[in-house]
Ligand binder design. Structure first.
Ligand code: SIN
Length: 293
């Protein structure tokens, strides 16, 4: 197996911005082959500029997804390791499919707005999701631009949260999700130890662009530290509503073999839902990021 990275660009790579507050399509690139340094740099810049990249028509294996994802940094493993691919523990299966009475993946990943792994000391830089099997209706993924969410806040709210810190907890809504999805396993003691609550700034600075972004989500952010519970609840509810306004959103309607790569430091996302009788399966890899500041 060769791991060498060619320096010569394909010459066919095209980055086409989508209409809207974020997102670009990446065309003319085959991720089953080595991506040249020049093309990789263009993709990296486009990711910082557009926050969500849609690579069309990628017929790639999990190993090829892992290899390309790992060019952006070390890969993270999801705490629900039972839903990882056996041969590729970095690949989380996101799927509502049940085989022999057992779920093959995390069927309700993304049910609430969130930024991936924000409950870790080092949340994800970005995530890749590669379509394996798509439903004939539904199954879209929504993304909301958190730079714009911060910039659009009224001044008084900006002042109130500019230097605030908030707790992020993986288990915050776990019981609620288990009530909806009884297949969700109880967490073992080892898994619980992996996901202890962490505290991050409410407004983070993107480590590569220097832009500020809101960094709270209805899934994982439980409270703003150092203020009374009722004030914290009211502030968070207002931030959640403002951070997911329709004008900040891009709706990704999946096409066969799409791979989407988003910046968790710039966007939050939501799985819009799939009718229970339709099958949906995607493979997710996540790249570790910095400690937010
Ligand atoms: C996720 O939140 O990582 C999954 C999103 C989706 O299934 O659309």
């Amino acid at each position: 197996m060769t791991t060498a990275t060619p320096d010569t660009a394909t010459g066919t790579l095209e980055i086409r911005p989508l209409n809207g507050p974020l997102g670009a399509e990446v065309l003319g690139l085959d991720l089953s082959r080595d991506v040249s340094l020049e093309d990789f740099r263009r993709i990296h810049r486009a990711h910082l500029q557009h926050h969500v990249l849609v690579f069309r028509n990628q017929r790639i294996t999990p190993a090829q997804q892992v290899r390309f994802s790992a060019r952006f940094g070390p890969l993270q493993r999801h705490v629900l390791s039972q839903f990882a691919l056996p041969d590729h523990p970095e690949v989380l299966v996101v799927s509502n499919i049940v085989e022999n009475g057992q779920p093959i993946g995390l069927g309700d990943a993304g049910h609430f707005w969130h930024s991936d792994l924000s409950y870790k000391e080092r949340p994800s830089l970005g995530s890749f999701l590669h379509a394996q099997e798509l439903p004939s209706a539904g199954g879209d993924t929504l993304f909301a631009n958190q730079h714009r969410a911060w910039e659009d806040l009224p001044l008084a709210l900006k002042v109130a949260v500019a230097s605030a810190r908030a707790e992020h907890t993986y288990t915050a809504r776990y019981a609620e999700l288990q009530a909806r999805s009884p297949w969700r396993p109880n967490l073992t003691a080892r898994q619980l130890a992996e996901v202890q609550p962490v505290v991050h700034p409410v407004v983070r600075t993107h480590p590569e662009t220097g832009r500020k972004a809101l960094f709270v989500s209805e899934h994982f952010t439980t409270r703003i530290v150092g203020i009374p519970e009722d004030e914290s609840r009211a502030l968070l509810d207002e931030l959640f509503a403002r951070s997911t306004r329709p004008e900040l959103q891009y709706r990704h309607v999946w096409r066969p073999h799409d791979m989407v790569f988003w910046d968790n430091r710039s966007v939050t996302h939501l799985a819009a839902g799939t009718p229970a009788h339709l099958r949906r399966k995607l493979y997710r890899t996540t790249v570790e990021g910095d400690v937010p500041f």
